[in-house]
Design a protein around this ligand. Structure first.
Ligand SMILES: NC(=O)c1ccc[n+]([C@@H]2O[C@H](COP(=O)([O-])OP(=O)(O)OC[C@H]3O[C@@H](n4cnc5c(N)ncnc54)[C@H](O)[C@@H]3O)[C@@H](O)[C@H]2O)c1
Length: 311
């Protein structure tokens, strides 16, 4: 089975590349990545064919997708804050990029396309937990772009019978998630701050909550979905329904790191949602049997990875 991962040099993509090459059922894993936020080093030790380039290059997509059965489309410019700073770049990479991938999959004879959408599409909708039939209410250009992307997947299924699967990822964390940049996610940013004796920066009052999902859990779901050719035109939440406030995350990290953190509160960021908590019966029905890694264990493994990097 030949599988392409777009964005496969990034955080989630590289973890998936390692998982797929280990599982023994993929005859070839190809990675297409323009290295805008990802790194070639993330793929060290993974038996993949790496192609540097953009999903916005149609000719390159045709070359990379030739003979592939499944495309896991993860390439994107992530981060709500980045999209607020540069909405057009976010739109090009995330929405137009997804449309280009779908067109290339169609030209390639109808490859299975699994793509990453985001819990941010629920935005201002206050209903909890978030289930997929809720009205989306995006609060940021990033969320709009992801809603467009997953809608394109549905439309390609309905118009061209393309086998698709749009997953809404919730806050994913774990090894290979970078810390040292302006748009770093909260888990790596705080671990890095704690390990280097800096304060942890909390946007808002810290009572906002997230459904944190360990990257290995995400990769287990993606691997099963690839191998079993799971198809759904409707979006599927990929999280396990745990709700942790940022204040609780600080307590968890203090226990794992064995040291107190030094929180400093900043104003809330525009575009951020208040609470995020997944209802996941659609996921359990389509991809049953995945055991999610609990938050404490996931944080321990993430901290261990950061400590290894620092050695
Ligand atoms: N990490 C999360 O918590 C989270 C939550 C919701 C959704 N997602 C989505 O999951 C996917 C993976 O996210 P991640 O956290 O691994 O981010 P990441 O930035 O580590 O990975 C994205 C990868 O895409 C590549 N890329 C960007 N633009 C490209 C282009 N035009 N052509 C080819 N490659 C390009 C980057 O170089 C990078 O390697 C993204 O689609 C993201 O929007 C992530």
């Amino acid at each position: 089975m030949k599988i392409v991962i777009t964005g496969g040099a990034g955080f989630i993509g590289s973890n998936l590349a390692h998982a797929l090459t280990r599982c023994g059922e993929a005859s070839e894993v190809r990675v297409l990545d323009d290295l805008s936020t990802g790194s070639r080093d993330n793929l060290t030790g993974a038996d993949v064919r790496f192609v540097e380039g953009s999903v916005l290059d149609a000719a390159l997509l045709d070359r990379v997708f030739r003979g592939a059965e499944t495309i896991v489309h993860l390439a994107a410019l992530p981060s709500v804050a980045r999209s607020v700073a540069d909405p057009l770049a976010s739109h090009h990479a995330n929405s137009t990029g997804t449309l280009m991938v779908l067109e290339a999959a169609r030209r390639a004879g109808g490859a299975h396309v699994i793509a990453a959408s985001s819990s941010s599409v629920y935005g201002a909708n206050p209903h909890l937990p978030k289930h997929e039939d809720l009205r989306p209410a995006p609060l940021s250009p990033y969320a709009v772009g992801k809603l467009a992307a997953e809608s394109y997947l549905a439309s390609y299924h309905h118009c061209y019978d393309l086998p698709v699967l749009p997953f809404r990822f919730f806050n994913v964390y774990g090894p290979r998630q970078p810390a040292g940049h302006d748009y770093a996610a909260v888990v790596p940013a705080w671990i890095n701050a704690a390990m280097t004796g800096q304060p942890v920066l909390v946007n808002g009052d810290g009572l906002q909550s997230r459904d944190f999902t360990y990257v290995e859990t995400v990769c287990r779901v993606l691997t099963r979905a690839v191998l079993r050719k799971v198809v759904s035109a409707d979006p599927v939440n990929l999280a396990y329904g745990t709700r942790t406030s940022l204040a609780e995350l600080i307590t968890e990290l203090e226990a794992v790191l064995g040291t107190p953190l030094d929180p400093r509160h900043l104003p809330p960021r525009p575009g951020d949602v208040r609470h995020s908590h997944a209802e996941n019966s659609r996921l359990l029905n389509l991809v049953p049997g995945v055991r999610p890694v609990p938050l404490r264990e996931g944080l321990e493994r993430t901290v261990e990875w950061f400590r290894e990097q620092a050695r």
